[in-house]
Design a protein around this ligand. Structure first.
Ligand code: MN
Length: 131
């Protein structure tokens, strides 16, 4: 999908293309950063169809607020969960997981992340294609 269409479909700005730890085309705009006292960053993440982030874990956890499209959230060892607009996902600390768009839909979420993120391997095509 064209960037303009993606940008028009989301509440917050599209931002810049993500260069690392993702497969496919994804865009990030940090909409809030406040080290003190909240210690939380909020990013608007827009995924083109089929785009997803690598397996990763958040030291303090993460909250995803879905603002558009259709996506997947999967914790290691569990079935992938389909995400739709309005879904709120609470990701516990140190749980290995990934999130991204479905094969045929763009996907937009806000990600609220206090603390650091540890990145692991990519979600390979063979795995993703089984969803
Ligand atoms: Mn995450």
């Amino acid at each position: 999908m064209e960037n303009e269409q993606l940008s028009n479909s989301t509440i917050f700005p599209l931002g810049d293309k993500v260069q690392a730890n993702f497969t496919g085309d994804a865009y990030l705009k940090m909409v809030f950063t406040d080290p003190e006292p909240l210690n939380t960053a909020i990013g608007n993440v827009t995924f083109a169809p089929g785009a997803r982030n690598n397996w990763h874990a958040h030291q303090v956890g993460q909250v995803l607020l879905v603002t558009g499209g259709k996506g997947w959230y999967q914790e290691e060892g569990k079935a992938a969960r389909l995400l739709l607009t309005g879904d709120v996902i609470n990701i516990p600390p140190n749980v290995k997981h990934w999130h991204g768009a479905t094969k045929d839909s763009w996907f937009v979420h806000l990600a609220m992340t206090p603390g650091a993120t540890e990145w692991f391997e990519a979600v390979d095509d063979e795995w993703f294609d089984q969803l």
